[in-house]
Write a protein that binds this ligand. Structure first.
Ligand SMILES: [Zn+2]
Length: 74
């Protein structure tokens, strides 16, 4: 399953909504199969960061980085 945003997936409104494209943390990501159980919002509520509950590391709130972390962690 490829969840990365791309021009081929045109579901929803066409306008660019940056909250969808990984510049900010999205709590939706917590429900992705790769992220479930470890991904949490960064301490302090910084929207540009996410956090791994397992290794207690901060990750950039970019879906690519989060997925990379998921692969390195499991
Ligand atoms: Zn981790």
């Amino acid at each position: 399953m490829d969840l990365s945003p791309g021009p081929s997936t045109s579901i929803g409104p066409a306008k660019v909504d940056w909250t969808r494209y990984g510049k900010r943390y999205r709590s939706d990501w917590e429900h992705l199969p790769e992220c479930e159980g470890w991904l949490v919002r960064a301490l302090g509520g910084d929207p540009s960061k996410a956090r791994c509950r397992l290794c207690r590391k901060e990750i950039r709130a970019h879906l690519g980085d989060i997925k990379k972390h998921a692969r390195s962690d499991m």
